[in-house]
Design a protein. Structure first.
Length: 132
């Protein structure tokens, strides 16, 4: 079933730019945080930080990669998300070096954390599209 197989479904919300995707991700994250922070037996903050990081990879990655927005809009929208207080808090708490992710994703994580190199990322995406 193509609708359930999101990995190969190009129409999946996780694979295409949707203007209000971050709003949905924010709601999802806050509902998860509200639920798991009630737990007295275990501290889920590390898991919640990783969920938030995944949502950022997805949303900001799609914003920076889409051709539906101008480059300046891509950078502006990305910075708006990456500048939110709870996102900044997450980046201050996670140890990027310790994440079990490929080095290219670590570099991207540092770019997102410090909000530098976003224009370069957009330029690189254009070059990739041109060469394909």
């Amino acid at each position: 079933n193509a609708f359930c197989d999101y990995y190969r479904n190009d129409q999946s919300a996780t694979h295409k730019y949707v203007p209000d995707k971050w709003n949905d991700y924010e709601k999802l994250y806050f509902e998860m945080a509200k639920y798991f922070m009630k737990c007295k037996d275990y501290n889920f903050s590390e898991q919640l930080n990783r969920v938030l990081l995944f949502l950022i990879y997805n949303a900001v990655g799609e914003i920076l990669s889409t051709h539906e927005l101008k480059d300046t809009e891509k950078v502006k929208k990305s910075r708006e998300i990456l500048s939110k207080a709870y996102v900044r808090k997450m980046f201050s708490e996670i140890k990027i070096r310790s994440l079990q992710i490929p080095w290219k994703l670590k570099v991207l994580t540092y770019i997102f954390k410090y909000r530098i190199g976003l224009r370069g990322f957009v330029f690189n995406q254009k070059l990739k599209r041109r060469n394909n």
